[in-house]
Design a protein around this ligand. Structure first.
Ligand SMILES: O=C1C[C@@](O)(C(=O)O)C[C@@H](O)[C@@H]1O
Length: 146
């Protein structure tokens, strides 16, 4: 059973990008911990980051055929703009956990709306990179019960 961690635009810059907002951990740190923690919960994990909406959508479609049982995604700025990303998740019909490192609700108004939340099992914002772990634990528990 495999869980796919997706990160959208600009999250490859984690650790150097606005560290007062996003912290000091890099994407490599996040992905390594995600894989290790998934393993400890009895799951395999795959990780994919792209700055391109279409590449993320193609990866979501591919997940239908590669044993993926659910997604954890930080869609980055696509959260607030992408109907197409939401439609991809709806089309694949596997559980999705949405993660934001920052508390988007404490920030600019344009970050308050998410196209993804309406199809997500849960939404985590403002826990820093610990949010990825919280999302993984919830999803693993849900999939273990299914
Ligand atoms: O790129 C990002 C990162 C983010 O998803 C977060 O993790 O807090 C919040 C988004 O508004 C922003 O565009």
């Amino acid at each position: 059973m495999s869980i796919l961690l997706l990160n959208g635009p600009n999250l490859n810059l984690l650790g150097t990008r606005e560290p007062h907002i996003y912290g000091a951990d890099t994407l490599a740190d996040v992905e390594r911990r995600f894989i290790d923690e998934a393993k400890s919960l009895g799951f395999a994990a795959q990780c994919f980051q792209s700055n391109h909406e279409g590449a993320l959508i193609d990866r979501i479609h591919a997940a239908r055929l590669d044993g993926t049982r659910g997604f954890v995604i930080n869609p980055g700025g696509l959260t607030h703009t992408s109907v197409a990303l939401r439609d991809a998740f709806a089309g694949v019909a596997l559980p999705v956990m949405e993660v934001h490192v920052s508390n988007v609700h404490k920030r600019e108004e344009f970050r308050h709306h998410s196209y993804i939340s309406g199809i997500a099992e849960g939404v985590i914002a403002g826990l820093g990179v610990m949010g990825y772990s919280a999302a993984l634990r919830f999803l693993a528990a849900k999939l273990s019960k299914a």
